[in-house]
Design a protein around this ligand. Structure first.
Ligand code: G3P
Length: 479
């Protein structure tokens, strides 16, 4: 044995025939904390073969039985929440409390998915031909929802459990098989999560988990003829997957440059609290983190003061200690963030709460004022604890900046005027606009979608169920 965590195929935990492993690095210590198997292309082929066979039987399994199984998985995830969360703390440096709530939220998602699936998937359509010109009532169309086949699920490092479950739950409930490719950072949490499905009695072959480097098996997975749907959450890789993928439905959630527009009439204390939480939770490593504040000049001074006070209250430290700001996922990520900050510094941004400070992958939270459109931070996504503030002359200027971004995931607006809020939301070309609260995906049954380079399709439990089925019609021709 090479001592690495095993991958999952045909209901068994196995070592890869490659004999190779991939190291998972603890972002806090920058030491290897786990090893996982580097699966081969041949092993991936076997996963698709088994999944295809298992899916045929699963599609015939009554919906209530599929629901029962998902409820069982949810119960097991709650029961084992702590050890799964401990992996998240080590692999992705997520604060202990947030790691635990990620697992519990995932169990809740599975329960909801089972219930929603029973209702939604069980309903189809009955159409009579006589509503179309020239037809009589001698043709009846029965349209039902049938599974797509094998869904390839690729979650990112920031929610290795929740963003796996948000794909697996709807896919399985809808009668599909799943091949899961966890992120390397977060792979072990993903394997433990998968074990809950196994222990609940999921049919052999219906779920496979392939670990390994994206560079080695990524294209092979996404371009495999056995794929019938790809659900991907992550960065720009999603754009190249979309270009290369065959004729299969895609669900993509990529980056975001979520803006917070603060109007002159806003409750500034509320806005500042919401923005600090939105920008710095999980150290800004969320697609839905606030990544740019666009504030009307009249209240900029007051808002920046309130934001600075909020940032000063953030505790910097280790995820085990449940600090607010923990090390970012990798040194390359820390380097990238540092590059964005240096660029803003050279171009004249103001450092409101002290200079840039970094120890290893740990970055102290930064509030940058007087950010301008010629700075990279006005457009790029740091995915770290950095909050840039741009002062604007008008709300129209803020909306124009938001719409000029290549991203369009979420955004938020702070104002006391509900009419203005709706008008601004309508004008913002983003998938979701939150009024008087920071961007967030949850609750997990809400629709979640990105415009432009932020994604394809809509998620949220109902929308994911809808996306993972196709319509099948049987037309009854009467005499
Ligand atoms: O970054 C992933 C995205 O789905 C964010 O989710 O729950 O932090 O809003 P959440």
């Amino acid at each position: 044995s090479n001592g690495a965590y095993k991958y999952f195929l045909d209901g068994q935990w196995r070592e890869s025939e490659s004999g190779k492993t991939v190291s998972v690095t603890n972002p806090s210590t920058r030491q290897t904390c786990y090893q996982v198997q580097a699966c081969t292309q041949g092993e991936v082929d076997k996963m698709f073969e088994s999944a295809k066979v298992a899916q045929k039987a699963w599609a015939k399994t009554p919906l209530w039985k599929r629901a029962e199984l998902l409820h069982k998985v949810a119960a097991l995830m709650r029961q084992h929440a702590k050890p799964i969360a401990d992996c998240l703390v080590k692999e992705v440096a997520k604060p202990a409390k947030d790691s635990l709530s990620e697992v519990v939220r995932s169990a809740d998602l599975l329960d909801y998915c089972a219930e929603e699936g029973l209702r939604f998937l069980g309903e189809g359509q009955l159409l009579a031909a006589d509503s179309f010109p020239g037809h009589a009532r001698n043709k009846l169309c029965l349209a039902s929802k049938v599974p797509l086949g094998v869904v390839l699920a690729i979650p990112p490092f920031n929610y290795p459990v929740n963003l796996a479950v948000s794909k697996l739950g709807p896919a399985l409930m809808a009668g599909n098989a799943v091949l899961l490719k966890p992120p390397s950072q977060g792979a072990v949490a993903g394997l433990h999560m998968a074990h809950c499905f196994h222990a609940a009695g999921l049919p052999t072959g219906l779920l496979a988990v392939a670990t390994g480097r994206g560079a080695e098996i990524g294209d092979y997975l996404t371009m495999h003829p056995g794929v019938n749907c790809i659900s991907f959450t992550g960065g720009d890789t999603g754009i190249s997957i979309s270009r290369k993928a065959g004729m299969v439905p895609l669900q993509m959630e990529l980056g975001g440059k979520d803006v917070a527009i603060v109007c002159a009439d806003a409750d500034l204390a509320l806005a500042a609290r919401a923005i600090v939480r939105g920008a710095f939770s999980y150290s800004g490593q969320r697609c839905t983190a606030v990544k740019l504040v666009l504030v009307e000049a009249a209240v900029a001074e007051a808002l920046v003061g309130a934001l600075a006070a909020g940032v000063a209250g953030l505790r910097v430290g280790l995820p085990e200690e449940d600090a607010d700001i923990t090390p970012v996922v990798s040194s390359s990520s820390a380097d990238f963030i540092e590059g964005l900050v240096r660029d803003a510094q050279e171009k004249g941004a103001t450092f409101v709460n002290g200079a840039f400070r970094r120890e290893g992958n740990l970055l102290w939270p930064l509030l940058l004022d007087h950010v301008r459109p010629d700075m990279r931070l006005a457009w790029e996504e740091p995915f770290g604890p950095v909050l840039p503030v741009m002062r604007v002359a008008s709300v129209a200027e803020a909306v124009a900046h938001c719409n000029a971004s290549k991203y369009g995931l979420q955004g938020c607006v702070f104002t006391r005027d509900i009419n203005a809020a709706i008008a601004i939301s309508d004008a913002m070309e983003t998938g979701t606009v939150q009024v008087n609260a920071p961007p967030a995906r949850g609750p997990d049954h809400f629709p979640f979608q990105g415009f432009r380079d932020s994604g394809i399709g809509s998620q949220g439990i109902r929308n994911s169920l809808a996306m993972m089925v196709k319509t099948k019609s049987t037309v009854i021709n009467l005499d």
